[in-house]
Design a protein around this ligand. Structure first.
Ligand code: ZN
Length: 209
């Protein structure tokens, strides 16, 4: 994929997320690894109105190389890539249901959502909740990197999800699956629920790419 292909895909999928209400205002950011670092969406910009020229280029060590000023959460994307060399794209949202989930008490932080659907297991796997960090706290980068060594999907407490994947399309699919499964989880509150069984989960996990 050329640099321009990556730019076009970032802009197209950012707009799609925005149009479907998964981001509001200037929240949310997307990145894709390219030669020399990563392309990432800019700070203080709506994901619904980006052009390919608006993207920022950031080195693997977090240096701003060219383009607009990068998202203040770019360090979070770099943390995912440091932990997961197999992944080439990441998406972070403040989407409603996943953010609501991130605020709940009494969750298993190492495995926040039960395996409710096959697509959640195939696209996401295990969602891990990190502790709360104030905006801009670089300690979040260290915590994210450590947790991402064992899963692609993190839920930042009182904040929202970040998911990385081999491709941008897969990262978008996965973060949407987190949001939809969080919504289903809330719908099921108070109802006796039958999640998938361990053998079913194991078979699905084997197909995750
Ligand atoms: Zn955020």
């Amino acid at each position: 994929m050329t640099d321009m292909d990556s730019r076009n895909e970032l802009v197209r999928l950012a707009r799609s997320l925005h149009q479907r209400g998964l981001t509001r205002g200037t929240s949310g950011n997307l990145s894709a690894r390219v030669g020399g670092g990563m392309l990432v969406t800019p700070t203080n910009a709506s994901l619904g109105e980006l052009t390919t020229d608006d993207l920022a280029m950031v080195s693997d060590t977090g240096e701003h190389l060219s383009g607009a000023r990068p998202s203040k959460e770019a360090f979070l994307h770099l943390a995912m890539y440091r932990a997961r060399p197999q992944d080439h794209a990441a998406v972070h949202l403040h989407s409603t249901y996943a953010t609501a989930l991130s605020c709940l008490d009494d969750l298993d932080d190492d495995d926040v959502l039960p395996p409710l659907t096959a697509y959640f297991v195939m696209r996401v796997g295990r969602l891990v909740r990190l502790p709360y960090f104030a905006p801009g706290d670089q300690g979040l980068g260290e915590a994210a990197q450590k947790a991402a060594e064992s899963t692609r999907a993190l839920l930042l407490a009182n904040h929202g999800p970040i998911v990385s994947a081999p491709s941008l399309a897969q990262a978008v699919d996965a973060v949407e699956e987190v949001e939809e499964t969080a919504r289903v989880f809330f719908l099921l509150q108070g109802h006796a629920t039958r999640p998938l069984q361990p053998a079913q989960v194991a078979r699905l996990s084997a197909t995750r790419t």
